[in-house]
Write a protein that binds this ligand. Structure first.
Ligand code: NAD
Length: 397
């Protein structure tokens, strides 16, 4: 059953440590860690509280302590600092062992100018912390297969890792803007990748794939875009030189969007640029049933902290109603323990606690099947904490 628990974190961890190991400058496991929490907006504070409760339970059980510090990001940071990712938040992130981010955004800031929009805070964080690789697993959870809108036979055995480039592409390319041309306004952005950026993310994908099914599908739109032609060429030469044992194929993004729904089992590791990855990783998420179950890791240089965050947004439609599913953030904390804090046993304990809670039928509304009475965010967090309390203390703690 252990292997069944979703989310492919185990595979992801092995995969990424395979890449990071030679370059890693992380310290060995410690007995105390500084974690910067970025609760952000919407359901962010609720799911953060639930996650802190779970980490506290883990701390009591194992003796490993977590010192939490909070900082603003997103809409709340705009309100408090007139900046969606203020300098003091960056400083707190950089001085921590790791960063746990909830989510940002909300109707209140939707009409703000771009530099004062919550999303700009995420982009600024990724850029200033050098977080260039985003790993998003989509592994079907047997306990939740009925919660998906797709047929069980399409979903059984699906286990995909989307490796998305995070600091380049049309989101960061210049020039960009809206200006007057020939008597009307035009909006423009610049889709741009350098060879070195493509090589760097391709290598991550090939390393990830080596620890999985050794199959990479690279996504582009090379039939139309010059930047995609370069992408395809550089991914191909990187594979030949760096990972000749990994099977590489290429797929146009429109076809990939279709294939992910038609027959997702064909994919093992997907590598894509920022905007295609943004869209396809959300699509892949829905194979699993709910965004509320999906963790992610954003990583840069191994010597600096990674940022661990759920894939979902701030869910303003349910914010403050105790309806949010905190499991994606709790599982993001499990990824953090494994990737950033050299505590794989504690990470396993967290995953096992989540699994036992799902096995016992406890569900938040987003993952509840017919006939199941859902619990709230707080109760779900408490259930995971209780499951940890019931576990034997690990020998290594
Ligand atoms: P969303 O992910 O917030 O919500 C989409 C749907 O999924 C909603 O129905 C929501 O209720 C549900 N949902 C999301 N997370 C859930 C959870 N943990 N438990 C239960 N249900 C959950 O996406 P959206 O509605 O497109 O965006 C809302 C805001 O979030 C926007 O301002 C957007 O810019 C922002 N956003 C932020 C991030 C991030 O913080 N990384 C990512 C995506 C969107």
């Amino acid at each position: 059953m252990r292997a069944a628990i979703v989310i492919g974190m185990a595979l992801g961890a092995e995969a990424f440590s395979a890449r990071r190991a030679p370059m890693t400058m992380k310290t060995a496991a410690k007995s105390s860690y500084k974690i910067t929490l970025l609760p952000g907006d919407g359901i962010g504070p609720e799911i953060t509280q639930a996650t802190v409760g779970v980490l506290d339970a883990l701390s009591k059980k194992t003796g490993v302590t977590f010192e939490f510090d909070e900082a603003d990001i997103g809409g709340i940071a705009v309100d408090n600092h007139n900046d969606p990712f203020p300098a003091e938040t960056l400083a707190k992130c950089q001085s921590a062992d790791s960063v746990l981010l909830a989510c940002i955004g909300g109707y209140k800031w939707d009409n703000n100018p771009r530099e004062l929009r919550p999303e700009s805070g995420l982009l600024k964080m990724r850029g200033s912390m050098g977080l260039f690789a985003n790993l998003r697993p989509a592994k079907v959870i047997p306990q939740l297969i009925e919660a998906s809108t797709l047929k069980p036979e399409v979903l059984e055995g699906v286990d995909i890792m989307v490796v998305r480039e995070l600091t380049g592409d049309v989101y960061f390319g210049k020039p960009k803007g809206i200006e007057e041309r020939n008597g009307e306004r035009v909006g423009f952005d610049n889709m741009i990748y350098s060879e070195s950026e493509i090589v760097r993310i391709s290598k991550v994908a090939f390393d990830v794939a080596k620890a999985r099914g050794s199959k990479v599908v690279s996504i582009d739109k090379a039939n139309v875009l010059d930047v995609s032609q370069l992408w395809r060429e550089v991914v191909t030469t990187t594979q030949q030189e760096y990972a000749p044992d990994v099977e590489l194929s290429h797929m146009y993004v429109d076809n990939a969007a279709m294939q992910l729904i038609r027959w997702p089992k064909q994919f093992d590791t997907i590598v894509c640029g920022n905007i295609f990855g943004d869209i396809l990783s959300d699509e892949a998420s829905m194979l699993v049933g709910s965004l509320g179950m999906l963790p992610s890791a954003s990583l840069g240089d191994p010597s600096s902290p990674g940022v661990f965050e759920p894939c979902h947004g701030s869910a303003p439609d349910i914010a403050g109603e105790d309806k949010a599913n905190p499991l994606a953030m709790i599982l993001s904390a499990a990824m953090m323990l494994k990737y950033d804090l050299s505590q794989p046993e504690l990470s396993d304990m967290l995953e096992e606690a989540v699994e036992s809670v799902l096995d016992s039928g406890i569900r938040t509304p987003d993952i509840a099947a017919e006939g199941q009475t859902p619990v709230g965010c707080k109760e779900m967090g408490e259930a995971v904490a209780k499951a940890i309390e019931k576990m034997p203390a690990p020998v290594t703690a």
